[in-house]
Ligand binder design. Structure first.
Ligand SMILES: [Zn+2]
Length: 686
C-alpha cells in the first residue's frame, strides 16, 4: 500500500513525498553508502561570487558532480543521508529476518521485511489481497450502505471520499477530539483537476490512461476500463471542486468548526455519518470538528446526483490504487510509470530492498526505530543536541527582546510560549507496542493492511481522551524534524542528528550552520504565520495586541512577496513561480532559523578572530554549511509538482532567499549594496 505523509505538523522538508512505492522489482545492484562530509569543500564553485549567487557558490560543483540517480526524482545532500540510512536499516532487517534466536521485535520487523522481499510469493498471490474488499464493494446495495463500506475501508487504511481522524481540540489542546475533513483525491492536489493550463490538461489525460490500465490489469475489458477511468476522474473532479485550497487552509481559523455530532450528521445527511461513526471504530463522542463544512455540503449533493454503480467504481479504484505497490510486478510497474516516471520524472523504480526498508519503517517504524537507536544513537547524542537547543532558545529570547516593532506586552507572551516549548530529541521515552499486529512471512499485502489497521485504530483510540503529547509523529530513523503547533513541541529524530547536519568532529560554526539552523527553524515555526496563532498551551488563542499583529503581517507580507518572485521551474511547459503564501511559514522559519543560530554562534565564539579553517572564517563556514545542506538537483517534473503542493521552497531559494535578508551573511562575505545577495529592503519577521 501507499506510504502517506504526516498531518498537523510543520516539517523541515517534504517528507516521504514522491513516488514512495513500497513493493515491486528492480535490477539495480546495491552499493555501499559513501561517507557524507558535514562541510564539503569540493562542492564549492569558486568561480562564482558568493555575493552574486550564494547557492551556486556553495553548491555549484556538487550540482555538477551529483546528477540525479535514475531511481530518484531529486537528489540532494540530505538525500544522501536518507539513502545511507537505508543501508543501516537494511543491515538491521537482514539480521532480524535471519532464522535463529530473535527477540519479539526482530521477529516482527524481520518477517515483515522478508515478506516484502519475497516477490515470488507476491506473484503467486496475484490480486487475492484485494478480493475481500472488492467483494464487499460489489455487495453494496444502497447508498446508505456506501458510507458503511467507506468506514470499513478507512479502518484498513484505504482512503476514500473524505477523511476521519483525530486532533487536539483547537481551543483546549489537552483534549483530543474527532475531526472530519475533505479528501478522496488520487492526484496530489485539487489544482490538477481544476486548472486548464496545458500541463494540467495533459496530466488528467495521462491519469485517465493510467486508471484504465490498472483496471485492465485487474481483469476488466478495455472498453469497460476506459469508461470506469472517466467515471473516476469525474467523481474526483467533483471532490476537488468542493475542496478548500491548500494555501487558504494554512490559516487554522478556516478549519475551526466545532459542532455537535448531531449537527454534523444533519449538515450532510447523504453521508450517513451516524452509521459511519459506529463503523469507524472510534469511541463515542458527542461533538467534533468539521474542518471544511462546505466540502460536506457540496459532496452531499454529489452523492445524490452520482449513481451507486459509479460510486462503486470509485471505491474499487481507491482500493486498487492503494494496494498497487503491494501487488504483482505488472501493477507495480504501471503504478510507477504514472506516479514515479510521469508525475516526478523518475527514470527507474528504486531497488526493491529500499522500498521494503521504507515500507517496514512506515508500518512498524517504532519497532525498527528501537533497533536503530540501539545501534546508532547513544545518550551522548541526546545531550549534545539538548545543549544546542538551549543555546538557540536563549538566542531567540535575545532576538525577541531586541525587536523594535513589538510591544512589551506581546513580548512577554512570546517569552511564555518560548519557555513552554517541549524538546523531543532522538526517540520517544516509551516505545510503541506492536504485539497485536499479526505479521507473517508469506503475506506482504496482508501484513501491510494489518499494520495500517493497527495504526488507524491507535489514532481512533485517542478520541475523547486527554491528548498524548509524548506520542511521536515521526519514527527515529527519519531524516527530518518537525514542530507541532497544538503540542508546542520541537522534534528531532535520531536520523537527522548525523552528518551533514551534525558532525561529532566538526567545528561549532559548521554544526550551528547546519543542525543549529534546523533547530532555529523549528523554533521559529512556533511564531510563523500559523504558529503565532497558537498560545503557549497550543490553543488557538490570539495573544497579540492589534498593533503588533499588524506589525507581524506587514513583515510577513514582505517575505511572501519576496519568495513569490522566485522561479520554481522553467521548461517547455512554461514557467512556474513559487507560491509565496503557501511557503510563507517555511520561509519565515528559514530566515528566523538562520538568524537565531547565527546569534547563538556569535555569542559563543565572541568577536575575537578565530584562525580560518580551509581558508574560511567561522562566520563564512557557518553560512556555507547552511547553503550546503540544501544542495540539490531536481527534475523539472518534480519541481513543478512540488511548486503546487510543497510548503517548502526549493533548495536554491531556501539559501538565496534567506541570505539576501541577512546582515550577518553580507558582513561575513563583504557583500556590497546593489549586489544580488544584498536585498535593498531586507525582509525580517524574527
Ligand atoms: Zn519547516
Amino acid at each position: 500500500m501507499r506510504i502517506r505523509i504526516l498531518c498537523f505538523s510543520t516539517l523541515l522538508f517534504a517528507s516521504l513525498l514522491g513516488s514512495a512505492q513500497t513493493a515491486g522489482t528492480s535490477s539495480q545492484t546495491s552499493e555501499f553508502p559513501k561517507e557524507i562530509p558535514s562541510f564539503d569543500l569540493s562542492a564549492i564553485d569558486k568561480s562564482i561570487d558568493p555575493c552574486v549567487d550564494f547557492y551556486q557558490y556553495s553548491c555549484g560543483n556538487w550540482m555538477r558532480n551529483n546528477p540525479i540517480p535514475p531511481d530518484k526524482p531529486s537528489w540532494g545532500r540530505f538525500y544522501e543521508l536518507r539513502d545511507d540510512n537505508l543501508y543501516v536499516l537494511r543491515d538491521i532487517l537482514e539480521q532480524a529476518q535471519a532464522p535463529g534466536k530473535r527477540n519479539a521485535i526482530q521477529q516482527k520487523v524481520g518477517d515483515f521485511y522478508a515478506a516484502c522481499m519475497d516477490e515470488s510469493a507476491i506473484e503467486k498471490k496475484g490480486t487475492a489481497p484485494l478480493t475481500s474488499t472488492m467483494n464487499q464493494i460489489a455487495a453494496v446495495k444502497t447508498k446508505r450502505e456506501l458510507t458503511k463500506q467507506i468506514g470499513t475501508m478507512h479502518r484498513d487504511g484505504i482512503p476514500a471520499l473524505f477523511t476521519f481522524g483525530q486532533m487536539p481540540d483547537m481551543h483546549d489542546s489537552r483534549q483530543t477530539i474527532a475531526d472530519i475533513d475533505q479528501g478522496g483525491l488520487t492526484l496530489p492536489d485539487r489544482d490538477y483537476y481544476i486548472k486548464d493550463d496545458p500541463k494540467s490538461v495533459e496530466t488528467r489525460a495521462k491519469y485517465v490512461e493510467h486508471v484504465q490500465k490498472m483496471f485492465e490489469l485487474l481483469g476488466d475489458k478495455p472498453e469497460r476500463a476506459a469508461a470506469e477511468a472517466k467515471t473516476v476522474l469525474a467523481i474526483e473532479t467533483g471532490l476537488a471542486k468542493a475542496a478548500m485550497d491548500r494555501t487558504v487552509r494554512r490559516d487554522p481559523h478556516t478549519r475551526d468548526h466545532m459542532m455537535l455530532a448531531a449537527d454534523a450528521i444533519a449538515l450532510a445527511p447523504n453521508f450517513e455519518l451516524s452509521e459511519y461513526f459506529v463503523e469507524s471504530g472510534a469511541p463515542k463522542f458527542s461533538s467534533l470538528n468539521v474542518s471544511n463544512p462546505d466540502f460536506f455540503k457540496a459532496v452531499n449533493q454529489q452523492i445524490d446526483s452520482t449513481s451507486l454503480d459509479d460510486w462503486k467504481i470509485y471505491l474499487r479504484w481507491r482500493t486498487l490504487d492503494s494496494y498497487a505497490p503491494a501487488l504483482p510486478k505488472a501493477f507495480v510497474d504501471e503504478d510507477f510509470r504514472f506516479n514515479g516516471a510521469f508525475m516526478s520524472g523518475q527514470k527507474e523504480i528504486e531497488a526493491r530492498w529500499k522500498r521494503c526498508v521504507k515500507s517496514t519503517d512506515h508500518s512498524l517504524g517504532m519497532a525498527l526505530g528501537q533497533l536503530y537507536v540501539d545501534k546508532t544513537f547513544g545518550p551522548e547524542g541526546k545531550e549534545r543536541t539538548i545543549n544546542m537547543v538551549h543555546a538557540i532558545e536563549a538566542a531567540m529570547h535575545q532576538d525577541v527582546a531586541d525587536l523594535t516593532w513589538m510591544s512589551d506586552t506581546t513580548k512577554q507572551k512570546a517569552y511564555e510560549k518560548l519557555n513552554a516549548i517541549v524538546n523531543n530529541i532522538g526517540y520517544p521515552d516509551k516505545w510503541r507496542d506492536y504485539s497485536s499486529v499479526v505479521v507473517t512471512r508469506d503475506e506482504y499485502a496482508g501484513n501491510f493492511r494489518r499494520a495500517s489497521a493497527f495504526e488507524v485504530q491507535r489514532q481512533r483510540n485517542k478520541i475523547a481522551k486527554p491528548t498524548d503529547k509524548k506520542d511521536w509523529g515521526m519514527t527515529p530513523p527519519t531524516v527530518n524534524a518537525y514542530y507541532r503547533p497544538p503540542m508546542n513541541d520541537i522534534n528531532f529524530p535520531a536520523g537527522i542528528l548525523q552528518p551533514p547536519f551534525y558532525g561529532k568532529t566538526m567545528d561549532d560554526a559548521v554544526n550551528y550552520g547546519a543542525i543549529g539552523v534546523v533547530i532555529g527553524h523549528e523554533l521559529t515555526h512556533g511564531f510563523d504565520d500559523q504558529g503565532r496563532k497558537y498560545d503557549a498551551d497550543g490553543n488557538l488563542k490570539d495573544w497579540w495586541t492589534p498593533d503588533d499583529a499588524k506589525g507581524f503581517e506587514d513583515r510577513a507580507n514582505c517575505t511572501a512577496d519576496e519568495y513569490s518572485s522566485f522561479v520554481a521551474v522553467k521548461d517547455d511547459k512554461g514557467e512556474v513561480k513559487l507560491n509565496g503564501r503557501l511557503t510563507l511559514g517555511e520561509n519565515t522559519a528559514d530566515n528566523g532559523g538562520l538568524k537565531l543560530a547565527y546569534i547563538a554562534l556569535t555569542s559563543m565564539i565572541g568577536n575575537t578572530p578565530v584562525k580560518p579553517i580551509d581558508g574560511y572564517t567561522s562566520q563564512q563556514r557557518f553560512f556555507i554549511a547552511y547553503g550546503q545542506i540544501w544542495c540539490q538537483n531536481v527534475t523539472d517534473q518534480e519541481a513543478r509538482r512540488l511548486a503546487i503542493i510543497d510548503p517548502h521552497s526549493p533548495g536554491r531559494w531556501r539559501v538565496n532567499g534567506a541570505v539576501q535578508n541577512s546582515a550577518g551573511f553580507q558582513q561575513a562575505f563583504g557583500c556590497k549594496a546593489g549586489q544580488p545577495m544584498v536585498r535593498e529592503n531586507a525582509c525580517r519577521v524574527w
